[in-house]
Design a protein. Sequence first.
Length: 221
Amino acid sequence: MAAHPLTVGFDLDMTLIDSRPGIKAAYQELSARTGTFVDADAAVTRLGPPLEQEVRRWFPEERVAEISALYRELYPQHAIAATTALPGAREALAAVRAAGGRAIVVTAKYEPNAQLHMAHLDLAPDAVIGSLWAEAKAEALRAHGAQIYVGDHTGDVRGAHTAGALSVAVATGPCDAQELRAAGAEVLLGDLTEFPSWLDRYVAEGADGAGGADASAEACA
């Protein structure tokens, strides 16, 4: 795919959406169905990596594929309605479009469920690509010619760098500002409400707006 003049990738969980209540409900239902305790409160503090990584904490390896499939089956009924857009999410997508760009979502979440979140919350990115984590996210970012990737996890920073994209980190997920900075994020924002003004500077300065985010980085460190 030819590179667009401006393509921005976004992570999903805890970057664009607060899926913690829904994911907690889905894990609670999984526990009820399987008779195996899953600490749902703890699980939602570790969002970002693939589902299988969490499932391995509670189930033996030989059941990981089976249990992960069951969780994904339960997810639409239990997780979608309880999930909300994070502050600034709609405005961030709109800012990319106002700048003449494309906004894509690249997430480790199962893609059909990610699409359900977008439809339920009336968020309409130009593309949604699922089942990619950390460095593997570079596959989709490169395919869509993304110059920027926005995420809340150190894995998102690695994905951006593997793709040769600018890493814009938001301190709204499980990784705090210090961790995100140490991982190499070039831009650090408190949350997505700061993204439109940062993007304006980035575009105005000829794709060199990273310096304008340092004050935000210090504020949330």
